[in-house]
Write a protein that binds this ligand. Structure first.
Ligand code: DSN
Length: 429
């Protein structure tokens, strides 16, 4: 029986867990940052490691009894170093936002200038939004996409960098459907003696499989969450060089390496006890990502996104930048005469889960912007391929062209459930 102890002891929680599993099974999870972790990853998160305090790092803990915890954390570190070909890895950050905070504060002072991508053009809250710690602590200068083709213009990024002289250039996005030119970002950072940092949370799996350029060798610091295309637990890691390339410039008195600065900032700088059960789950996910099936999976995510995008456009929907190179796309709802929230809610009524999102140069407000963001990582984990993407794109277009048609939405909901039955998830649960 599923969750026997919770069911016996706490039926209220068990019932909600059952309902959420059913929702995930019978819906189309198309929020591009969501995915289905393997059962092995799920199991690791529910282990006795949650009981243990392990402040510190392997071999240097502030508590006794950490011999097996040390082995697990070291395994996660070694696996991540091998997987990413990284000089140094910190596997302790609890989340992407906290990890970004650690990256900035490891090498910068409050008030320092960072360049990051505008949230409305595809960046992230922690890339300098004024309501977030990032925008409040640092002087963020935003770059965006050009109005003409809705892509990042690297000449403009370079001009802005030369003018503003940031101490860090941050690349990476959460709603950008095109390839990011990490090499040019790194070269610009070198040219102005700034740190090059990339946040690859969304595209990490694609980077590992060669479906997107990988910034690890060209950047000083790379942060990724482990949840999304990596298909691990809800958490994050920081990859970095060992040496601090700019140490004499920014930390003249510091003897610390970049690796030491980052470790000291994560603990004791920002966090206390690490979540060792989650670190074990990360180790499991890193081993899964070494397998050839993982590469095939990433290639299929991209192929599926291509078919989804093409079919949506054939159905008369405008996609930001005219398509996608990666795992996600943004539908511009403007010509449909609806807000993105209206569209995403109508899709959710049919069991198709996407999220409403700002699009570049949006004339609407974030609470009901013009865009719908959707992607293929979770559907691809279920085994869906191009044929299913065409079916799904047609269903989506049908709903978005007629969001108030209740009987149509009911019919589509039934079709969605039927479709998911051919691609069951978590069959052993
Ligand atoms: N919330 C994540 C996303 O949906 O892209 C990023 O943190």
């Amino acid at each position: 029986m599923l969750y026997p102890h919770i069911r016996q002891q706490d039926p209220e929680v068990a019932t909600l867990l059952d309902k959420e599993l059913k929702r995930q099974r019978e819906g189309l999870v198309m929020i591009p940052s969501e995915n289905f972790a393997s059962q092995a990853v799920l199991e690791a998160t529910g282990t006795v490691l949650t009981n243990k305090y392990a402040e510190g790092y392997p071999g240097k803990r502030y508590y006794t009894g950490n011999e097996y915890i040390d082995a697990i954390e070291q395994l996660a570190i070694d696996r991540a170093k091998k997987l990413f070909n990284a000089e140094h890895v910190n596997v302790q950050p609890h989340s992407g936002s906290g990890a970004n905070m650690a990256c900035y504060s490891a090498v910068l002072e409050p008030g320092d200038t960072i360049m990051g991508m505008n949230l409305a053009h595809g960046g992230h809250l922690t890339h300098g939004n004024p309501v977030n710690f990032s925008g409040k602590t640092y002087r963020f200068i935003s770059y965006g996409v050009s109005q003409e083709n809705e892509r990042i213009d690297m000449d403009e990024v370079r001009q802005l960098a030369l003018k503003e002289k940031p101490k860090m250039i941050l690349s990476g996005a959460t709603a950008y459907p095109r390839i990011i030119d990490f090499e040019t970002f790194a070269n610009i950072a070198k040219e102005i003696n700034a740190y090059a940092m990339a946040d690859i949370s969304h595209i990490v799996g694609l980077c590992l499989a060669g479906d997107h350029p990988n910034p690890v060798s060209s950047h000083d610091i790379v942060m990724t969450t482990t949840t999304k295309t990596l298909r691990g637990p809800r958490s994050a890691i920081i990859l970095s060089r060992i040496e601090d390339r700019l140490k004499t410039h920014y930390h003249p008195d510091s003897e610390k390496t970049l690796a030491q600065l980052i470790d000291a900032t994560v603990f004791p700088g920002l966090q206390g006890g690490p979540l060792e059960h989650i670190i074990a789950a990360k180790a499991v996910a890193f081993a899964e990502a070494e397998k050839p099936e993982f590469q095939e999976y990433q290639h299929q995510i991209v192929k599926n996104a291509q078919t989804l995008a093409q079919t949506l456009m054939h159905q008369g929907l405008r996609l930001v930048s005219g398509g996608t190179d990666n795992h996600l796309m943004l539908i511009d709802c403007t010509s449909l005469g609806i807000g993105g929230k209206d569209g995403a809610n109508a899709l959710a009524e049919c069991g198709i889960y996407t999220n409403f999102n700002m699009i570049p140069f949006d004339t609407r407000k974030p609470f009901n912007p013009s865009g719908i963001r959707l992607g293929t990582p979770a559907l691809t984990s279920q085994g869906m391929k191009e044929e299913e993407m065409e079916i799904i794109a047609n269903l989506i277009a049908g709903v978005l062209h007629d969001i108030h048609n209740t009987s149509l939405k009911e019919k589509i909901k039934t079709k969605v459930v039927e479709l998911t039955q051919g691609f069951p998830i978590y069959q052993e649960l």
